[in-house]
Write a protein that binds this ligand. Structure first.
Ligand code: F6R
Length: 253
């Protein structure tokens, strides 16, 4: 696990975009696992800027998003499909037919999860997975649980997640209480993982995920066992690990 610490969120976005762009440009074809939420927004902005300046080509990228809210259609303003269109897909030359997100309005969610599982296999697995981290250690929408889920599934969102994401909706009642998510097993199988975290509010969960026990009670802790994971933090999110014994990190100024 490589832990990199940068000064602030804008440097983090810049570094993350450069990291992703290098992989995209090197590969003949890249399967990119994507996340939503506030953390990657500036990274997506930087990726769009790299595309505009001719330094990045998304034509050979296949994207697969981590999750979607149950009950929201692709047209819904709050859906993760719309989030991706607005924050990235509309600004770069990715072929929309190569972008994949769960259908939150599927009639049969078991079938939709099976479709997603097959899709990931059919595309040859995820080459680079971008992750954020929830306040409770969730990755994708894999909430703390008694076990690590292997495949795509419907999840009941935790109270903590509902409260964190409710501000994106008109009221907490409007926020879906369930989501479809890739399983931890599928995330873990990604060849390379890049996890981003910014702000002091993430410092406690980052400390438990990186220095605490590997446990499904903190789903992101599984990343300690992955062979190619980069954890990119700003100083605030890194506060709990700075100077901690037995942890190796690089500060980039
Ligand atoms: C979203 C996702 C979630 C978020 C996490 C952090 O697709 O997979 O795990 O990454 O909830 O969200 P923010 O970045 O809003 O703090």
């Amino acid at each position: 696990m490589e832990i990199l610490i940068v000064d602030n969120p804008s440097k983090l976005a810049n570094y993350a975009a450069t990291f992703i762009a290098a992989r995209v440009n090197q590969a003949e074809r890249l399967v990119l696992g994507l996340a939503t939420g506030s953390t990657p927004v500036n990274t997506y902005r930087e990726l769009s800027a790299l595309y505009r300046s001719g330094k990045l080509d998304f034509s050979k990228v296949v994207s697969i998003n981590l999750d979607e809210y149950v009950g929201l259609s692709a047209e819904d303003k709050q859906s993760y499909r719309q989030f991706m269109n607005e924050n990235l897909f509309n600004h770069v030359n990715i072929n929309l037919a190569n972008t994949h997100i769960f259908n939150g309005k599927a009639e049969d969610f078991a079938q939709e999860c099976a479709r997603y599982d097959s899709l990931i296999v059919e595309k040859g697995g995820i080459d680079l997975q971008l992750l954020g981290i929830g306040m409770n250690g969730h990755i994708g929408f894999n909430e703390p649980d008694d076990y690590f889920s292997m495949t795509s599934h419907v999840v009941d969102l935790s109270t903590e997640t509902i409260l964190s994401n409710a501000p994106y909706f008109e009221s907490v009642d409007q926020m879906p209480k369930q989501a479809l998510t890739m399983g931890i097993g599928q995330i873990f199988k990604a060849k390379t993982i890049l996890l981003l975290a910014t702000g002091e509010s993430k410092s406690a969960v980052i400390t438990s995920a990186l220095l605490g026990p590997v446990t499904p009670r903190c789903p992101a802790s599984i990343l300690q066992l992955h062979q190619d994971v980069t954890i990119l933090l700003d100083c605030e999110a890194a506060r709990g690990i700075l100077g901690a014994k037995g942890v190796y990190y690089k500060e980039i100024h």
